[in-house]
Ligand binder design. Structure first.
Ligand code: TMP
Length: 213
């Protein structure tokens, strides 16, 4: 059986990824496509426990290295338990965030650099996304959407941290134009969704695989 398509969604906090993913999930279900929608950090029982530790505002003393390794640990479990088995069974897997988040939030944002890529190579092995939708919105737009007081430990890292993260995303988009599909996240919700659906339909036709139920 052909391996399923692996699609990831990336973008700054508050860029509207979750809304778009929910709309997409409904569309794909209507098409009869057998796909798994999952998220990081999380996506497994162990990953969700790790998510709680990372995002808890009570864990302000967490070192940058510990943070990066926890994201990678959640990812290693996610790849082994959910992503790889489903791709190998021919299903499409769509993940809300994946390794690009660690590259920009920990590699660039926390200043850990290339070690993030090397550690994550161990976590993901050959599970590299076929396509990544990057929802682009300046951090100040995202912060407006999250609203004061609703922030977790990463969201509360401050505007200059998040501006650096956003610039790193734009750099990734330039570095991997064949994989990353940049979308203006300030556009109308339905227009964004249509672009995503068109691109996924195109990818399915191109790869001849998606995971049909
Ligand atoms: P979410 O709010 O999109 O679910 O993501 C949780 C937070 O974790 C978000 O602020 C981005 C951050 N994050 C990282 O810093 N590194 C990572 O590797 C991942 C997956 C998320």
């Amino acid at each position: 059986m052909n391996r399923g398509l692996f699609i990831t969604f990336e973008g700054p906090d508050g860029s509207g990824k979750s809304t778009q993913l929910e709309l997409l999930r409904g569309f794909l279900a209507k098409q009869g496509l057998d796909c798994v929608v999952t998220r990081e950090p999380g996506g497994t029982k162990i990953g969700e426990l790790i998510r709680h530790i990372i995002l808890d505002n009570g864990n302000g003393e967490m070192s940058d290295m510990a943070e990066m390794l926890l994201y990678a640990a959640s990812r290693a479990q996610h790849v082994d338990e959910v992503i790889r088995p489903n791709l190998e069974a021919g299903r499409m897997v769509i993940s809300d965030r994946f390794v690009d988040s660690s590259i920009v939030y920990q590699g660039y944002g926390r200043g850990l650099g290339d070690i993030v890529r090397r550690v994550n190579e161990l976590a993901i092995g050959d599970c590299i996304p076929d396509a990544t939708f990057l929802l682009k919105a300046e951090p100040k737009v995202g912060f407006g959407r999250i609203g004061a007081g609703g922030e977790d430990r990463i969201e509360s890292a401050g505007l200059s941290y998040h501006t650096g993260v956003y610039e790193a995303y734009l750099e990734l988009e330039r570095a991997f134009p064949e994989r990353m599909i940049g979308i203006d996240a300030t556009a109308d919700v339905d227009c964004i969704q249509q672009r995503i659906r068109d691109k996924i339909t195109e990818l399915i036709a191109l790869h001849g695989r998606a995971g049909t139920a």
